[in-house]
Design a protein around this ligand. Sequence first.
Ligand code: SAH
Length: 454
Amino acid sequence: MKKNDLISLEITDLTAEGSGVGHAADGLTVFVPRTAVGDRITAKIVKVKKKYAFAIVASVDQPSPHRVAVDCPQFRSCGGCLYRHIDYGEECRLKELQVANSMKRIGGIDLAPNPIVPAVETERYRNKAQFPIASGGKSGFFAGHSHRIIPCEDCLLQPSEFSVAAAVIEQWMVENGISAYEESTGEGLVRHLYLRNAETTGELMVVLVVNGQKIPAQEQLISLLKEKLGESLQSVQQNINTENTNVVLGKETGVLYGKPFITDVLCGVKLHISPLSFYQVNRTMAEKLYQKAAEYACPQGKDILDLYCGIGSIGLSMAREAKSVTGVEIVEAAVRDAEQNAVENGFRNTRFLCATAEQAARNLAAEGIRPQVVLVDPPRKGCDESVLQTIANDFQPERVVYVSCDPATLARDVKALTVLGYSLKEYTPFDLFARTGHVETVACLIREKEWDKG
Ligand code: SAH
């Protein structure tokens, strides 16, 4: 087999990255993006390695029953969605299988997951967007594996008002001759448009990420935004990023109009969300996920340690029943939000620490703190091994509830906890990111000595 060969292929499987998998007549495994299990295709080979090859679709000769018409013109170039060409039921099956396979192959655990909890909305569910700005004020997304900006007027995963805000920025930049940042030269002002909305209150935050201290024609910017977005506009902010980096946000943020945060309600708790703090992009599904986390945690009367707590969302959702909640988070702005959130909701049994989970766990253990429940919700790379060791060897909680956005690192960490004396009782995948390749999971681990009670 060589480059540019055309071969007939049946797609029998999909990788976690969403590439179709088929086997050529000579036994070579061939990966083909944007295909569906059950497709019979003619594939054009683009790269051949020893044991596998990469191909693209030359023609779909017999479509899989799971194929659906693609409803987004940007699907091929964007890379945000993985599954727009596949029906939603099949997407859920694939995600559940991905979680199950990781647990089996990486975690060495035989227990099957609970059925995946499907998304309530598969469109316009995101509450956050970061658009790179091109010259002329056009916003869009970076083409896959590059820094070329492809203009995009509307994204089906985002609320329509985000497109309205993007159009305002474009108009304002054109009318005032305001430049866009150029990565190659480090010159130009506007880098990104960062938007957030709060689903339950409708509040909208507009953050302009700029390469400089001052924004010209600010009054016109604010009045245009107010005119087009109305009452929902609650916060306009400037974030300063003068570094030559592909990190979107700089460290400094200042208010141009309104409040420094927006407010959402999650699991009955009012939450302040400021620009630099993490907040789940799908509120409705996050609420379901955290309800399951509470069911796994059994927080009634317990001391809870919430590691990687962000603005406190998970711990605060259990603070009414719990004896105490201690949250640990590395981002200072998020810790301030968490403290404010505890006050706003009238909790007196909570405290939040700004530190790494690694360091805070060690310190708390040394102080003799012994929470009965530990919640962890780390970023994609999972927990540092030392965190798992401190949990299992020092805290020795009855329960560990693990919220994860990466099935592979979840499986790795569950395996480590199993070696350290915990058993996986049950785990449930949730579709917080419909149409994309991401899947969230919550797992319940119980200390083996408690197992009979649990
Ligand atoms: N539990 C929160 C946030 C989860 S996202 C929620 O449900 O909204 C993961 C969080 O971990 C982020 O807020 C991130 O800033 C924080 N984080 C990343 N690395 C960390 C570390 N080493 N120690 C503590 N927090 C960390």
